[in-house]
Design a binder for this molecule. Structure first.
Ligand SMILES: [Fe+2]
Length: 495
């Protein structure tokens, strides 16, 4: 009865009809397929109000602001046996307020219907990356054709637009939260006519430093499939369509990049081969690695969107672009963390087990001669690349990333110019995405700043916030939390 009341309140008429006809959400066990005994894949259920963390070492006096991080935190009843895909753990927000060598920490679940369903009914069911709420065709069809007011399990990234702090996932809409308390506000509604639900939207909007706007793209699935590339000024909630590109089989593209003049999409051979409206499979299970296809790079001119060029390269897959930039000789450079194929998408569900090797892929396109060439460098598996955000879209020398080894996840700093890599690592410690913060009074060098990373200490079975000098990756400070935090995804720093 509780379920029926819930759906009567939250879902549309057609879904209600289907439920009354005898259909019910998938048993949560059908969504639980992945498992890892690693501490970083266990549930963190505890939520804390503001706690003053002890600081070992010295945080630079200029470092004031808030690091907001997000990631999966609840994977099911017994993650050691079977749990949700890593990307589908229920979303938790973490805040670290840093000022005068002090850190205040607090954390909270994103208060979505999926979270309440898990909390109140022990059901792990929602439309996620590799999870589908419904196994019934008519329910699924209705949920795809008619937007509900249910909030998605937004656990991928943080974004701030028009003064609103948003939790992002790829299955829209964004979910707004209060930065000061981490309380969930509700679905964020853009004030434009672009699609707001039942579309894919990248959780990695790209900030244009010159125009002070973000670029992003939507994949529209019906009635025709197309990429909708838009921009949104940082103080606005209205997305402005830049270009619509029709595509027969859209690629699964987790991120993209921009340069001063161009938007760059890398369409991998991981393509939508089933009709998402008619299929009852989880989202990503509708994509297939088309092994005979190449990766297509599409370049859209920001200021003349009719100027669209395409180039083809060897097939590869990537979650994360590192950066892209132009030079004075009509060359466009793109750096991505690449994988040989799309197998990583399923295998990363078991994170940190079974990781495929990744590599730094450099792409150079000469726009005058229409020539493309690529070269790659490998150092094992690495991902979660970040750069100094003041260089987004412009020439950059360094990037920072996580290097995944079996007994540790370290942080690397890669000097692309010298092809030199330096490391921070400790045995039994598992670092998260390194976030670069520039020293506001010292801009002389690209790496004048610090790296913040939330590290899981497997020896102490708790997590700490690590502060590194970005120039040499020497530790400046660390600050232990009262609990461990499962492996997270992304975060942003706000002054
Ligand atoms: Fe990502």
């Amino acid at each position: 009865m509780g379920k029926i009341i819930y759906y009567l309140k939250h879902l549309n008429f057609f879904v209600v009809l289907a439920i009354l006809a005898g259909c019910s959400p998938m048993d949560s066990k059908e969504n639980l397929k992945y498992h890892s005994s690693h501490l970083g894949r266990q549930n963190l259920l505890a939520e804390m109000d503001s706690v003053d963390l002890p600081v070992q070492g010295n945080i630079p006096s200029w470092l004031h602001g808030s690091l907001l991080r997000i990631g999966p935190s609840w994977f099911g009843d017994n993650p050691s046996k079977a749990s949700l895909h890593w990307f589908d753990g229920l979303s938790m927000l973490h805040a670290f307020e840093i000022k005068n060598n002090r850190i205040l920490y607090y954390n909270k679940f994103l208060d979505t219907e999926a979270f309440l369903r898990a909390k109140n009914e022990n059901i792990f069911a929602f439309f996620g990356f590799d999870t589908n709420l419904y196994d019934d065709f008519f329910q699924h069809l209705a949920s795809m054709l008619f937007a509900s007011d249910e909030s998605p399990n937004a656990n991928v990234n943080i974004y701030k637009v028009a003064g609103n702090y948003l939790a992002l996932t790829e299955l829209t809409p964004p979910v707004s939260f209060d930065q000061a308390t981490l309380h969930t506000v509700g679905n964020f509604v853009y004030t434009d006519s672009l699609p707001k639900a039942n579309v894919f939207e990248s959780a990695h909007p790209q900030y244009d430093l010159k125009q002070k706007c973000f670029y992003n793209y939507i994949v529209k699935f019906f009635p025709r499939t197309s990429y909708l590339i838009y921009k949104i000024f940082e103080n606005s909630s209205e997305r402005i369509l830049v270009s619509e590109i029709e595509v027969d089989k859209p690629s699964y593209m987790h991120s993209f990049s921009i340069t001063e003049n161009y938007i760059i999409l890398t369409e991998y051979p991981l393509k939508l081969t089933q009709n998402l409206v008619l299929s009852t499979k989880p989202f990503i299970k509708n994509y297939t690695w088309c092994k005979n296809d190449k990766t297509r790079i599409t370049i859209i001119n920001k200021y003349n969107p009719c100027d669209i060029r395409t180039y083809y390269t060897e097939p590869f897959f990537s979650f994360h672009h590192i950066n892209a930039y132009e030079d004075a000789n009509a060359n466009l450079f793109i750096n991505v963390v690449a994988y040989q194929d799309g197998n990583i998408v399923e295998r990363i569900g078991f994170f940190p087990e079974f990781l495929d090797p990744s590599y730094l892929l450099n792409v150079r396109i000469n726009l005058a001669e229409n020539k493309i060439n690529t070269w790659k460098t490998t150092i094992g598996t690495m991902d979660f690349p970040r750069i100094n955000p003041a260089y987004n879209g412009y020439f950059h020398r360094y990037f920072y990333a996580v290097k995944f080894d079996k007994d540790r996840h370290g942080i690397i700093k890669w000097d692309i110019q010298k092809n030199k890599v330096i490391f921070w690592a400790e045995e039994g410690c598992y670092a998260g995405e390194p976030v670069f913060i520039q020293n506001p009074s010292k801009h002389e060098h690209e790496d004048d700043g610090v790296i913040l990373s939330l590290v899981l200490d497997g020896n102490k079975k708790t997590s700490f916030l690590l502060v590194l000098d970005a120039q040499n990756l020497k530790e400046l400070a660390r600050s232990y939390l009262p609990h461990f935090v499962p492996f997270g995804l992304h975060g942003q720093f706000y002054n």
